[in-house]
Design a protein. Structure first.
Length: 438
C-alpha cells in the first residue's frame, strides 16, 4: 500500500542520516528498531521457544481470557461431564477391586485405561450407601500428586493430543526433508491455526533405538548439550520416573545487531502409556504456574531489557517404536496465535530451517549413545539409572512393539472388501430393455 511505502521511505531516510553522522549511533538505532521484530521471529520460530510476541499491559488487561486458559476450562468441563454419566457400583466388593486396579494403572502411567474406572468410583462416591463410603475412601487414598481431578484432566489432554497427532484434518504441510542427517532419514512439518491457537507438528523417522531417543528427551538437564541456542538447562523437580519440572534458557545472537536476546521456559511434562491403545508413548507438557508448584520456587526470568519468559500452551512428544533400531517421533506444539502479526509465509520460512535442525541434533545425540558411549553424557545418565533404562523403559517399548505387531496381524487377517464391478452392471442394464426400464 502507498502508506507502507511512505513509511519505508521515511525509515530508510532516517537510517541514511544516522549512518552518515556516526556509525556507533547507527548501530544503536538499528538494534533498537529491529529488536521487537527479532523477538517476534525468535518467539515464533524456535521450538519450544515457539510462543506469542510480548503484549503490552493494556492489551493484556483488556483481554477477557487467553485461549490457553479457555482450553483448560473446556477440558475440565469435559472431564466433569464424563463423570456425571458414569454408572455407579452396586457392591462394596466391586469398589475394592476397582480401587486396586486404578492404583496399579496409575503406577504404570496408563491413564486412559484407568479413566473409566475412576469415573465410576467418583459416581459411586455420591450415590449413597456402603459402596459410596468405600469409593470415597478409595479416592482419598490416591497419591497426593495424582488426585482424581488431575488424572481425569490429564486423560482429556492426552486424548486431544493423540487425536491431533494421529489425525490429518486441518493440517497444512510446511516442509519435508530427506536425509537431514544419518540419524534422521526423513521428517515432515505441518501447521494449523484454529480457535486462537497456532499448532505445529513434526513427524520424524529416526534411525536410532527408541530407548536412546527417549533418553535424550527425558534427560532435560542435558538440553544445553544439543538443543539449538540453549545455554542453560536444569531439572527443577522430579515426580517419579515419568513426570518432571524443568527449565531451559536460550540465547540468540544476530549479525550486525549488538544485542543478545535471552529467553527461558519452565515446562512440566508427564508420560501417558498408550502402548496397548496406540502402540506408543506420549509425553504431555505445558508451562505451569508457580501456584501449581508451591513446594518448588521457579527461578526468575533472565535479567535485561531484551529477555523474557515464554509460556507454552502445549508441548507433546509421541514415540512409536518401529522395531529393530528405528522409531518414529512426533513433536507437537501449541501457542496462542498472534494473528496477522505473524503471517503464514514467515512461520513457514522459519519452520523449514529450525525444526529440521532440532531433530537432526536430537538424532545425533541419540546415535552417540551407541557409537560413542565413553563421551556421551546421555549414555552416562543411562548407565547411572539402570532401573529406568534397562528395565522400566525397555518393558514399555516392548509392549508398544507387541501391540503394533498384533494390530498388523489383525489388519492382515481382515477379509478384503468385495470388488464392485459397476461397469459390467451398467452394460447389463443397457443390454436388457426390461432392466433399463426398471
Amino acid at each position: 500500500p502507498p502508506s507502507c511505502l511512505r513509511m519505508i521511505h521515511i525509515e530508510a531516510s532516517s537510517v541514511e542520516a544516522a549512518v552518515s553522522s556516526t556509525l556507533p549511533v547507527a548501530a544503536v538505532w538499528l538494534a533498537t528498531a529491529l529488536a521487537p521484530a527479532i523477538v517476534l521471529i525468535v518467539c515464533l520460530g524456535l521450538a519450544p521457544a515457539f510462543g506469542p510476541p510480548r503484549r503490552s499491559r493494556s492489551s493484556v488487561a483488556s483481554a477477557k481470557q487467553p485461549d490457553s486458559e479457555v482450553l483448560k476450562v473446556v477440558e475440565s468441563a469435559t472431564a466433569a461431564a464424563a463423570v456425571a454419566t458414569a454408572a455407579p457400583f452396586q457392591r462394596a466388593s466391586e469398589v475394592a477391586e476397582t480401587a486396586s486396579a486404578v492404583q496399579r494403572l496409575l503406577e504404570d502411567d496408563r491413564y486412559l485405561v484407568a479413566e473409566p474406572l475412576l469415573q465410576r468410583l467418583q459416581a459411586t462416591a455420591v450415590s449413597g450407601g456402603a459402596p459410596a463410603r468405600a469409593s470415597a475412601r478409595a479416592l482419598s487414598q490416591l497419591p497426593a500428586s495424582l488426585p482424581a481431578a488431575t488424572v481425569l484432566q490429564r486423560c482429556v489432554e492426552a486424548r486431544a493430543a493423540l487425536a491431533s497427532i494421529c489425525g490429518a484434518a486441518g493440517w497444512r504441510l510446511v516442509a519435508s526433508t530427506e536425509r537431514e542427517s544419518p540419524a534422521v532419514p526423513r521428517s515432515s512439518t505441518f501447521l494449523k491455526r484454529e480457535a486462537g491457537l497456532m499448532w505445529s507438528k513434526t513427524v520424524a523417522q529416526l534411525a536410532v533405538p527408541a530407548v536412546d531417543a527417549c533418553a535424550v528427551v527425558r534427560e532435560s538437564q542435558l538440553f544445553k548439550t544439543w538443543y539449538p541456542c540453549c545455554v542453560e538447562s536444569e531439572r527443577l523437580a522430579e515426580v517419579g520416573r515419568a513426570e518432571g519440572l524443568f527449565r531451559v534458557e536460550q540465547r540468540y545472537e544476530f549479525p550486525l545487531v549488538p544485542v543478545a536476546l535471552r529467553e527461558d521456559i519452565v515446562l512440566h511434562g508427564f508420560l501417558v502409556d498408550v502402548s496397548e491403545e496406540h502402540g506408543g508413548l506420549l509425553v504431555c507438557g505445558r508451562s505451569p504456574k508457580q501456584s501449581e508448584w508451591a513446594d518448588v520456587r521457579f527461578p526468575p526470568k533472565p535479567p535485561g531489557r531484551y529477555s523474557w519468559r515464554t509460556d507454552v500452551t502445549a508441548l507433546q512428544f509421541f514415540v512409536e517404536p518401529c522395531g529393530g533400531a528405528g522409531c518414529k517421533m512426533t513433536l507437537q506444539l501449541g501457542v496462542d496465535d498472534p494473528g496477522d502479526a505473524c503471517p503464514n509465509w514467515l512461520v513457514d520460512a522459519l519452520m523449514k530451517r529450525v525444526i529440521a535442525r532440532l531433530f537432526s541434533a536430537l538424532g545425533d545425540k541419540a546415535a552417540a549413545v551407541a557409537s560413542s558411549p565413553a563421551t556421551s553424557p546421555h549414555a552416562a545418565c543411562m548407565a547411572a539409572n539402570p532401573q529406568i533404562y534397562n528395565e522400566w523403559l525397555p518393558t514399555k517399548i516392548a509392549a508398544c512393539e507387541a501391540s503394533r505387531r498384533a494390530s498388523a496381524r489383525l489388519v492382515a487377517a481382515a477379509p478384503a472388501a468385495p470388488e464392485r464391478r459397476w461397469t459390467s452392471s451398467l452394460l447389463r442394464c443397457f443390454a436388457s430393455p426390461a432392466a433399463g426400464k426398471a
